[in-house]
Design a protein around this ligand. Structure first.
Ligand SMILES: C[S@@+](CC[C@H](N)C(=O)[O-])C[C@H]1O[C@@H](n2cnc3c(N)ncnc32)[C@H](O)[C@@H]1O
Length: 295
């Protein structure tokens, strides 16, 4: 299977008939990492441990979808993976190029192929090309509703029977309404907003509420410096001061559950990070990891 994938991907690149729509992710890893260190320095450790567990069962072909600069590539590598292939995809060509270099320098055992592109690459793959695992970490919180459905369908198409898929998404609870920057958010649905990553969370204008339609538009062509974020609403979000992470949940947030349900079974679902904005009370805002099995 890995060699068939390599043939498809290199043909795709040499023909370059992907009709790529230019996309630039609006913020740098540097600025998001600074913010992350302030909000939850343990986030990466727990995220990596959940992804690592998902990768423990044997696999041959894995896809890191929306791989960014390849921060998770090393999790796929190991002496048992010598014959395996990791495919990294990101529609921001500069980030994909960076990830390609990370793969070259950091991966010791695995074969890898990193290229610029999104879901169309999986949609257009020949029917017999299948993958065993797809990782989609912190991507669905930044794409339109239409894209989200396309992405989930694309994963279902490309995964082998019984294939697994890991999603990491931002989540929110209604008590976040106490934050003065939520604007017209009802506190009962996904919180769609823009984050001005260069500002500090206590600065005015760090978060700006968008309607879902405005978010869908902003996610297609983001403005530099302004990250469109859809935090998925968890109706019974537990008190963040009383929980121990990871906190296992019975079901993912309703909006994402509805999309996933026809295609996947939920195997695991855990809140793995709570964002503590400096100088603010601790409110229910964080990240969730969902492990899925193809139906
Ligand atoms: C927050 S970063 C996450 C990067 C990486 N997955 C990680 O967890 O470190 C979001 C990434 O999603 C990519 N992205 C944005 N829209 C996308 C889409 N429609 N399909 C795939 N990736 C997308 C961005 O270019 C960016 O690299």
């Amino acid at each position: 299977m890995p060699s068939k994938w390599l043939k498809y991907l290199s043909l795709l690149e040499s023909n370059d008939r992907r009709g790529k729509t230019p996309y630039e992710y609006p913020v740098s890893d540097e600025s998001t990492n600074i913010r992350l260190q302030q909000q939850d320095p343990n986030k990466h450790k727990l995220e990596q441990s959940l992804i690592g567990k998902m990768l423990e069962d044997p696999w041959q072909v894995a896809i890191d979808f929306g791989c960014g600069t390849g921060a998770h590539f090393f999790l796929f590598d190991g002496p048992k993976q010598r014959r395996n292939l990791l495919i990294g995809l990101d529609p921001d060509c500069k980030r994909a190029k960076w990830a390609e270099q990370v793969a070259e320098y950091r991966l010791q055992f695995l074969r890898s192929y990193v290229t610029c592109g999104g879901i169309e690459i999986l949609e257009n793959a020949p029917e017999q090309l299948k993958a065993d695992v797809v990782l989609c970490s912190q991507v669905l919180g930044h794409v339109s509703e239409k894209q989200t459905l396309r992405i989930i369908k694309g994963f279902h198409r490309i995964l082998d029977k019984n294939g697994r898929c890991g999603l990491a998404i931002p989540v929110i609870g209604s008590a976040f309404k106490e934050n003065p920057q939520v604007g017209a958010w009802s506190g009962k649905e996904d919180f769609t907003h823009l984050v001005a990553m260069e500002k500090s969370p206590s600065d005015q204008g760090f978060r700006r509420y968008l309607t879902l339609e405005e978010f869908n538009q902003a996610a297609k062509t983001p403005e530099p410096g302004l990250l469109p974020v859809r935090s998925f609403f968890i109706p019974e979000f537990p008190n963040p001061l009383k929980i121990k992470l990871p906190l296992w949940l019975e079901a993912p947030p309703p909006t994402i559950s509805k999309i996933i349900q026809p295609f996947f079974r939920v195997e695991k679902c855990a809140i793995y990070s709570i964002h503590k904005d400096p100088d603010s009370p601790v409110l229910p805002l964080g990240d969730l990891f969902i492990q899925l099995r193809r139906k």
